[in-house]
Design a binder for this molecule. Structure first.
Ligand code: UDP
Length: 419
């Protein structure tokens, strides 16, 4: 296919990873939205998955000819205490939020509405991310823009009073977007399902030189000459690190040189995490080939190097949201052995792009099988990478946002000419 001479730097870079077709599709859809003013609003410029994705999506939209911008609401300590409680409540914890905090939430949103009014009232489309800025529509929604509530968390089993309270702000939106069917709530408007994605240009996912991978292994005392399996996860029961150790121990009977790395970052801020970590340390005690990396903050590049340097990646979750660690490993052409749950099932097509397992024994069998069948490691790794290229890169995420935008802006027309 001919390279488009009108392509820009950023789009070119993505074309190199995602393919020219992916960028071409973006251009085609964006052609129907040319010059539209799109405003994204969330509650933080830095930190967390939402900020990470907006950092890339907004410039990409701009390069596609959309007048995109990103606004951040400002809040005080009480506001964030309240929205943190929303977050916990929406994810199923029982929380009681005093009325006084709810009034702060509404007042902070009212003040932000005044500040953001010029941007919001001249927009064609507003994306509001998560619950923090949800009430903005109430104050700035009178000027005809289409408003989309983009929910990044699992609200399938919320604490009822919290959801009931928040729903009054969200119901009037023109559409909602959830990440997975299993995360969603029924709404009085159209609900779109758009899975998460990874950014191939991020530090965590860019290809690394072999030298850097070797340095990282050496730094953590991992023998680069011997096979290594890896799980990158918070120390959480649902990630089943003890099941991973059991699978490793079973497989090691057949592959005595095997090493296991469990990388889970530092700051474990929930008491359960501390308990799980100490159980993991006990289970690993006495085996120098189990490396529990749980001290300090590991940079994205270190996580990248571990994923790149692994022979096989495990994500033996018992319950999982989407499972970004699976996507990240697949993108590095690794065969992933994952728990048969949640979004892992969307990514691992059993025996083709990876393996789904229900037990440590099942995981051990697959580890053994793969280590004795190196060509399968390569083949499944290649399939895995292609699966991510087609389905789980940020370019696909953007394509689906553009599709929702086209549907909302042009949905009532008799005829829409695509391309
Ligand atoms: N992660 C990390 N360092 C760690 C553990 C996890 O950077 O020590 C990253 C991991 O690479 C992934 C994200 O945190 O990008 C975890 O997302 P996932 O969907 O796998 O699980 P969650 O923690 O959201 O349940």
């Amino acid at each position: 296919m001919a390279v488009d001479i009108a392509s820009t730097d950023l789009l070119d870079k993505y074309a190199r990873h995602a393919g020219l077709d992916a960028v071409e599709q973006l251009r085609q859809l964006a052609g129907l939205l040319n010059g539209m003013k799109v405003v994204h609003v969330n509650s933080t410029r830095r930190g967390g998955g939402v900020a990470e994705i907006l950092e890339k999506l907004v410039p990409l939209m701009q390069e596609l000819g959309i007048d995109a911008s990103w606004e951040v609401i400002e809040g005080n300590e009480d506001f964030f205490a309240c929205t943190k409680a929303f977050h916990n409540g929406l994810q199923g914890k029982t929380v009681h939020i005093p009325d006084s905090l709810l009034r702060v939430y509404e007042e902070v949103n009212r003040v932000n509405s005044e500040r953001l009014r010029p941007a919001l009232e001249t927009a064609d489309i507003v994306f509001v991310h998560d619950p923090q800025p949800a009430p903005l529509l109430q104050n700035c929604g009178a000027c005809g823009a289409k408003w989309i509530w983009r929910c990044h968390i699992d609200v399938s089993h919320p604490c009822r009073p919290i959801w009931k309270y928040l729903r009054q702000f969200i119901n009037p939106y023109d559409a909602s977007i959830f990440s997975l069917d299993a995360f969603a709530q029924p709404m009085p408007h159209t609900v779109y399902l758009i899975p998460p994605s990874i950014d191939p240009l991020s530090e965590k996912n860019l290809p690394l030189p072999a030298r850097r991978v070797l340095e990282t292994k050496t730094e953590f005392g991992i023998d680069p000459q011997r096979p290594m399996i890896l799980q990158v996860s918070r120390f959480d029961r649902f990630k089943d690190p003890l099941g991973v150790i059991e699978a490793y121990q079973l497989a090691k009977r057949f592959v005595p040189s095997l090493q296991l790395v469990l990388a889970g970052g530092g700051a474990v801020d929930d008491p359960e995490g501390e308990t799980v970590l100490s159980e993991v340390r006990d289970a690993a005690a006495g085996d120098p080939d189990i490396h529990v990396l749980a001290s300090g903050h590991y940079t994205d590049r270190t996580i990248n190097a571990l994923q790149t340097g692994a022979d096989i990646v495990l994500q033996k979750s018992l319950r999982e949201g989407f499972g970004l660690t699976v996507t990240e490993a697949m993108w590095k052409s690794k065969p992933v052995i994952g728990g048969n749950t949640g979004g892992i099932r969307l990514q691992l097509v059993n025996h083709r792009t990876g393996f789904l397992v229900d037990t440590p024994e099942g995981a051990a069998l697959r580890i053994r099988y793969l280590l004795f069948n190196r060509p399968r490691i390569k083949q499944i790794g290649e399939n895995a990478k292609e699966m991510v290229r087609q389905n789980f890169l940020i370019t696909r995420h953007l394509r689906e946002y553009l599709t929702v935008m086209v549907a909302l802006i042009h949905g009532n027309e008799d005829r829409i000419e695509l391309g």
